[in-house]
Design a protein around this ligand. Structure first.
Ligand code: SF4
Length: 199
């Protein structure tokens, strides 16, 4: 499994009881993908299907994410996908501040292992957390989606590139156009950043 090299993190998340979300979870969702990926996609929390499978973004929103990745010529195994919290909040409610505080040391360790060039938080909650984590002001996703924010991370310079949550398109089909355009901008950014690395 792709999460295993995370310095014991997979095992630690699976036995974690740091917050109340452990009580109703089935399988914690650590994350999956390429551990040297230049980009990490961050959602809010696992949903019903993710909780049953232990894999991120495998439900309807995951289908949208797959479609967007395919649109820009990327496969899931070329990127890394995870969430702010690793256990499903009951009824898919938003994780509380103390649950986020308890869980995000795991996310920090994942990011410090992967050392991504780009962080792509998806939706208001993941974007708010990521902006705050790197000392930026929290703003709504409607204001900052598809924009670049350069930050200094413990592993070096990185760009935060907020995206609407893929589930947005499930409720409002007209959002497809916005998501497609933002993913196209993301691809341009990724090409530019990876080109700079090899030149
Ligand atoms: Fe632990 Fe995170 Fe699950 Fe809470 S959500 S029990 S902190 S792994």
């Amino acid at each position: 499994m792709s999460d295993l090299p995370h310095n014991g993190l997979y095992t630690q998340v699976h036995s974690c009881r740091r917050c109340r979300l452990h009580a109703e979870r089935n399988i914690p969702v650590v994350g999956e993908g390429f551990l040297s990926s230049p980009i990490v996609f961050i959602g809010e929390a696992p949903g019903r299907k993710e909780d049953k499978t232990g894999r991120p973004f495998v439900g309807a929103a995951g289908q949208v994410l797959n479609k967007m990745l395919e649109h820009i010529g990327l496969e899931r195994n070329e990127v890394y996908i995870t969430n702010v919290v690793k256990c499903r909040p009951p009824g898919n409610r938003q994780p509380s501040t103390d649950e986020v505080e308890a869980c995000t040391p795991f996310l920090d360790r994942q990011l410090e292992t992967i050392k991504p060039l780009i962080l792509a938080p998806m939706g208001n909650s993941a974007t708010g957390y990521t902006m705050k984590r790197f000392g930026l002001k929290e703003r709504s996703i409607g204001q900052i989606h598809g924009r670049k924010f350069a930050v200094k991370a413990p592993w070096g310079s990185t760009i935060i590139f907020p995206l609407y949550h893929p589930a947005t398109m499930l409720y409002n089909q007209s959002m497809e156009r916005v998501l497609l355009a933002d993913f196209e901008s993301l691809k341009e950014l990724l090409t530019e950043k990876t080109r700079r690395l090899v030149s």
